[in-house]
Design a protein around this ligand. Structure first.
Ligand code: IMP
Length: 179
């Protein structure tokens, strides 16, 4: 275990199993349709990489980067597009892949923004959900795990751009957050 980690919330094994199940469910729901997976950088990249390898439907990807958090653990509430999609999504079946839904502000913004581009359908898949922290209403179609209100890192999620490479989801020791 990494020396900065206080506890492991979700192990590699638990994540692997759940991602497989999500992949099967999504493949069933989309059956013969092509899915355009829109990954939200950078947090969703590891989840996305594992998820798409569990999809049996024809899949292609695009990426967006948005800023919702500065450095630290508090949301500023402002969402800004840092990198937009490469191509039009008009008439496509779009699946947004996110790392975590916290306040919901980022997703609400993304959903409104992408809907205005006229996709054929738009669904959301998130690895983690922290429902206790929600301030706006967003409808998530696929959730990996519902977790308590704790700041987590690993499997793509960061604290100050660090710990994304941990293969599990963990809570850091308090002294690490206090820096
Ligand atoms: P929201 O807009 O408050 O829902 O925040 C969504 C974004 O905040 C996520 O995509 C993450 O990048 C970041 N975030 C929220 N909670 C956590 C956490 O516990 N660990 C790491 N990043 C988080």
């Amino acid at each position: 275990m990494h020396p900065d980690v206080q506890k492991i919330l979700l192990s590699e094994e638990q994540i692997r199993e759940r991602v497989k199940e999500l992949g099967q469910q999504i493949s069933q729901d989309y059956h013969a349709r092509e899915v355009l997976v829109v990954g939200i950088l950078k947090g969703a990249m590891i989840f996305l990489a594992d998820l798409v390898r569990n999809l049996s439907v024809s899949t292609y990807f695009d990426f967006m980067a948005v800023s919702s958090y500065g450095s630290g653990t508090k949301s500023s509430g402002a969402v800004r597009i840092l990198k937009d999609l490469d191509k039009s999504i008009e008439g496509k079946h779009v699946l947004i892949v996110e790392d975590i839904v916290d306040t919901g502000l980022t997703l609400k913004y993304l959903v409104e923004n992408l809907k205005s581009r006229n996709p054929e359908s738009l669904k959301i898949c998130t690895l983690l959900d922290k429902p206790d922290r929600r301030t706006v209403d967003v409808q998530v179609d696929y959730t990996g795990f519902t977790i308590p209100n704790e700041f987590v890192v690993g499997y793509g999620l960061d604290f100050d751009e660090r710990y994304r490479n941990l293969p599990y989801i963990a809570v850091l020791k308090p002294e690490v957050y206090q820096g």
